[in-house]
Design a protein around this ligand. Structure first.
Ligand code: NAP
Length: 323
């Protein structure tokens, strides 16, 4: 099969952490851009990116990175979006597509747009894919495969520029959806931001308990707590910025969540098993729906084996032939 021609000539990545470095690796793997230039805030990260060899050129400043680039993707915590847009604005090539990967879209649109010159095409994006790890070593080329990438172009965006960016994300393996920034922020508040807040809360609550020791919490974590700890290990800078930037939608969803939690609290206090059972039945259907559309595996423990588990399975004298 002949590889398709690159969609962009020169891709500039501002920030090369988990997401930026995954884009670099995937772009290389799929030939989606002819060359990649990158930069990061610290000299240490820039040196590491050069060492990893995942881009063609590493430069020192954000302004240098965007010179001559026909696609610029800003891959930094959302709180930095405004100042970085101000830095790169005067150096952008006319006709360039400028995008980002931030987990909040309304604030990015508000903070970046005023600094971008006429003649560049601003199409914010959010690849809904990630892990709890950070930095250039954490990235991998398959991160976006079969994951959604949501584009939130401003109302007056040029359709051809939006389509070119969509084609780029599809080349990286993603499925692309377009919606308004406002709707994106509401959807992600309930599917991502509030769940992270709950994980941060429950892990903190367990840590503060006086009746249960810390070693008991760690020892018996497989009882459900462990999956919260994975989410609560996510990058503190990124998530602080997400909650500050998506304040309104998160507060709205948290209000609804607190009402529902109060109802469950009351059901437990009153011994109302029917209410509990009905809710748990409904939520099990949602989980099965997520597995059915391929957004997670049905394997127990979310498919992660225990690190100390022996590689050969235990004998199964009770199993039927061929099972
Ligand atoms: P990360 O691994 O912490 O990497 C952030 C990168 O941004 C680092 O290379 C950092 O450089 C650089 N940076 C920070 N401020 C900068 C500045 N002013 N100028 C230039 N570079 C700067 O973060 P990440 O997980 O890739 O997240 C990046 C963005 O993707 C965030 O907006 C986040 O909301 C979004 N996102 C994350 C996930 C996820 O699961 N992690 C998923 C989807 C979207 P230094 O290393 O030198 O500090």
């Amino acid at each position: 099969m002949t590889p398709s021609p690159p969609i962009f000539q020169r891709l500039a990545l501002i920030g090369v952490g988990l997401i930026g470095s995954s884009i670099a690796r995937a772009t290389r793997a799929q030939g989606a851009a002819r060359s990649i230039v990158a930069t990061a805030r610290s000299a240490a990260t820039r040196a590491r990116v050069a060492e990893l060899g995942i881009v063609d050129q590493v430069v020192e400043t954000n302004a240098q990175a965007v010179e001559g680039a026909d696609l610029v993707i800003v891959c930094i915590p959302v709180g930095q979006s405004g100042p970085v847009a101000q830095e790169i604005g005067p150096h952008l090539m006319p006709g360039a597509v400028v995008s980002d990967v931030g987990s909040v879209k309304g604030s990015v649109l508000r903070d970046m747009l005023p600094h971008l010159p006429a003649g560049v095409h601003f199409v914010p994006a959010h690849p809904v894919a990630g892990t709890e790890h950070s930095g250039p070593d954490a990235g991998f080329a398959e991160l976006f495969v079969e994951r959604w990438c949501i584009l939130t172009p401003p109302a007056d965006a040029q359709p051809a520029a939006v389509e070119r960016l969509a084609a780029f994300w599809r080349a990286l393996g993603a499925k692309v959806e377009t919606m308004s920034a406002e709707h994106h922020d509401l959807v992600l508040a309930i599917t991502s931001h509030v769940p992270h807040l709950i994980a941060y809360t429950i892990v903190g609550t367990a840590e503060d308990l006086s009746q249960v020791t810390r070693s008991e919490v760690l020892q018996f974590s497989a009882g459900g707590f462990r999956d919260f700890t994975r989410i609560a290990a996510s990058d503190p800078t990124m998530w602080r910025d997400v909650f500050l930037a998506n304040k309104d939608a998160v507060l709205e969803m948290l209000g609804t969540f607190q009402e529902d939690l109060s109802q469950l609290t009351r059901a437990i206090r009153r011994g109302d098993g029917e209410t509990l059972f009905n809710l748990f039945t409904r939520t099990r259907t949602i989980r099965r729906g997520i597995v059915a559309i391929g957004q997670d595996a049905a394997a127990p423990d979310f498919g992660r084996p225990h690190p100390l588990l022996p590689h050969t399975p235990l004998p199964r004298p009770y199993a039927a032939e061929g099972e």
